[in-house]
Design a protein around this ligand. Structure first.
Ligand SMILES: Cc1cc2nc3c(=O)[nH]c(=O)nc-3n(C[C@H](O)[C@H](O)[C@H](O)COP(=O)(O)OP(=O)(O)OC[C@H]3O[C@@H](n4cnc5c(N)ncnc54)[C@H](O)[C@@H]3O)c2cc1C
Length: 401
């Protein structure tokens, strides 16, 4: 712990996290449980984040939520699956099983934001060092050598606090990143992602089906519901949001594994892109989750990457705090950036190439893919390697995972 002579004992909070969605709250839990005083501010009243989003949750995410004591509370709201079925234009399926991860249990899980966010939020109320203000908008922040002053608006109240560190967990359009002047590299795909939920009676298998227009995933949810994530050229995706439900299902059916489907959710459309912030840290500032990076939804990686950021930054800050160091110093924050930035870049490039290689109908490439998938199905080592990568079980992990 810091001694009383340290200027940073005068901070109102040790860390201010902007954004109370799953990444921000997970970081808050990690830090709060180690005695750091955390304030989370969230612009939305009620639920933060995107209520209708369906997430594929990787084994590393389960480990992160287990380590903060959250996982057992989430179990009733997640659907496990023990098989991933990956195919190219309906052929050359590669099947992944728990043995490929050296596990006996599930390969992964699927959950809806709208059911798990309230559980995570409720969990926060039991950590006395974490304060959560909803309907609170960041106005601006001013870093100084020993603290950062943050101004915010809560209903008609203007508030100001001093903290040791501000963390941007405020999503793709991150105000924290923009106000800090941190640029991003990236591009947009000529594709949008259509998401919805259907009801279908089948075993829980995670399907990733590659078609020339883009990948299509069916993700099993509790109670026979399935999340659909269908990547298509913009105009086609936007058009399919508008057509009557029966026509939508008729268009979806030939590409999916089900004989019968019932539409059970709203259809939404999201443009997709690739983004990496040029820096993840500055003095007294760090970025996590979509504020730091963004990727194509194929493979369901975005939230999983963000939670790994939260665990990594959490570990770096807690260790610095235990050593009595000022957690907002650049030399501390750079440990997080050096650790996490290259790992994320590798994941983003892998996801990008997956989408590019499979979203093509060009004959020679289709043949090369067919050979590649056959090899993967036959060669356990290749299958295991790619699955460990997608499951997040590679590279340096925080010590307590
Ligand atoms: C179609 C689609 C499917 C996806 N599927 C998957 C999947 O299967 N698996 C997976 O891992 N990922 C998936 N993702 C990615 C995933 O949704 C994101 O990576 C994840 O939600 C990012 O979480 P976050 O907490 O960083 O940001 P967000 O969820 O965007 O949360 C940011 C929060 O910050 C708040 N905020 C913003 N600005 C301010 C401000 N100025 N002041 C206060 N609060 C503010 C917002 O209100 C919001 O609540 C998918 C994405 C898309 C588009």
């Amino acid at each position: 712990m810091a001694g009383s002579d340290h200027p940073y004992r005068n901070w109102d909070y040790d860390v201010l996290i902007v954004g109370g969605s799953l990444v921000g709250l997970t970081l808050a839990a990690w830090l709060g449980q180690s005695g750091l005083r955390v304030l989370v501010i969230e612009a939305q009243g009620g639920m933060a984040g995107a209520p209708a989003r369906v997430y594929a949750l990787m084994p590393l995410t389960q480990m992160i939520w287990e380590s903060v004591g959250l996982w057992s509370r989430l179990v009733p709201w997640v659907q496990s699956y023990s098989r991933i079925d990956l195919s190219d234009q309906g052929r050359h399926a590669v099947v992944f099983t728990p043995a490929d991860l050296g596990r006996k249990q599930a390969l992964g899980y699927v959950a809806e934001h709208g059911t798990i966010w309230p559980v995570v939020r409720e969990f926060m109320t039991q950590i006395p060092t974490v304060t959560y203000w909803d309907a609170t908008q960041l106005v601006d922040f001013h870093p100084a050598p020993t603290e950062v002053t943050v101004r915010m608006q809560r209903a008609d109240q203007s508030l100001s606090v001093t903290v040791g560190l501000i963390v941007g967990a405020d999503g793709a359009a991150s105000q924290v990143r923009q106000q800090a002047g941190i640029g991003t590299w990236g591009w947009r795909y000529g594709q949008s992602c259509l998401t919805t939920v259907i009801q279908a009676n089948a075993e829980p298998v995670a399907y990733e089906r590659f078609w020339p227009a883009g990948p299509l995933a069916f993700l099993p949810l509790p109670q026979g519901r399935w999340g659909v994530v269908w990547t298509l050229p913009h105009a086609q995706a936007a058009g399919l949001v508008q057509v009557p439900a029966a026509e939508f299902l008729a268009q979806l059916a030939p590409y999916g594994p089900f004989e019968q489907m019932v539409l059970a959710g709203e259809r939404r459309c999201f443009p997709v892109g690739w983004r990496q912030a040029s820096r993840y840290v500055q003095p007294r500032l760090a970025l996590v989750g979509d504020a730091a990076h963004g990727c194509h939804p194929v493979g369901g990686q975005g939230l999983n990457l963000g939670l790994r950021d939260a665990a990594t930054l959490g570990e770096v800050l807690v260790l610095a705090h235990q050593r009595g160091e000022d957690i907002g110093q650049l030399k501390v924050l750079r440990q997080y950036e050096r650790w996490r930035w290259p790992q994320v870049l590798l994941s983003l490039l892998f996801i990008d190439s997956l989408n590019r290689v499979f979203s093509q109908g060009w004959g020679p490439l289709v043949s090369i893919r067919a050979v590649g998938l056959r090899l993967m199905q036959r060669m356990g080592g290749l299958r295991r390697l790619s699955l460990h990568f997608m499951a997040g079980l590679w590279g340096r992990l925080p010590g307590n995972l």
